[in-house]
Ligand binder design. Structure first.
Ligand SMILES: Cc1cc2nc3c(=O)[nH]c(=O)nc-3n(C[C@H](O)[C@H](O)[C@H](O)COP(=O)(O)O)c2cc1C
Length: 186
């Protein structure tokens, strides 16, 4: 009898997956919502992307094991906070990495509540409040598609915090070199 071909998950080992996907640079966000008792909670997330303008949709992929996973499913609201490059300590804390900030006290992060009651971080470059449009189960994660209810870009001069090959990265030369590509239309 012919040997069965290995399944895809057998062929793609976790280290290889992380090494390859880690070469795709991303920004870093903190996804927030409110747990029982009006307790704000947040999780560091880089699997965030824009999806659709009409209707306005964004997507985050949240691991099923994450504390925030069932909370988003029940509140059906969340906010995406795009971190600036001064916010590595917040990113560490909200990811559960060793940190001097108290994770159980929302990492001591200064914030206000947005129109839908979602925590918006003062340290964010921009914030997006969403109502859950739909959830899609995807392996060990759930894709939460959020319909944008409000958004805001802060009048901040700072750059976004980047993530590349499992490490934080700063846009070191972006402020001094001419940008390549087509001009910004806005
Ligand atoms: C830079 C970075 C990006 C992350 N991106 C995601 C992500 O997109 N989705 C996710 O579920 N977890 C992501 N994590 C992991 C979660 O932040 C982490 O597992 C979680 O906060 C652990 O806390 P919990 O056990 O209380 O849920 C990321 C972590 C880091 C450091």
């Amino acid at each position: 009898m012919a040997a069965q071909a290995p399944s895809l998950s057998q062929r793609v080992d976790p280290a290889g997956y992380r090494a390859v996907l880690g070469r795709y640079p991303t920004g870093i966000t903190v996804v927030t919502t409110v747990a029982e008792g009006c307790q704000p909670i947040g999780t560091t997330v880089n699997s965030f992307t824009s999806v659709s303008l009409d209707p306005p949709l964004v997507l985050v992929a949240i691991g099923r094991e994450r504390t925030i996973h069932p909370v988003i499913a029940s509140t059906r609201h969340f906010a995406v906070n795009i971190l600036d490059e001064e916010s590595t300590a917040l990113s560490d804390c909200f990811s559960g990495a060793p940190s001097e900030l108290p994770r159980e006290a929302f990492c001591d992060a200064a914030h206000e509540l947005g129109g839908s009651g979602m925590p918006l971080l003062d340290a964010a470059l921009a914030t997006i409040e969403c109502e859950l449009d739909r959830s899609i189960e995807a392996g060990d994660h759930t894709l939460y598609l959020g319909r944008i209810t409000s958004l805001a870009a802060r009048a901040s001069e700072s750059w976004p915090l980047l993530y590349f090959r499992g490490r934080y990265l700063r846009i070191e030369h972006a402020g001094t070199e001419e940008l390549l590509g087509k001009p910004d239309s806005t």
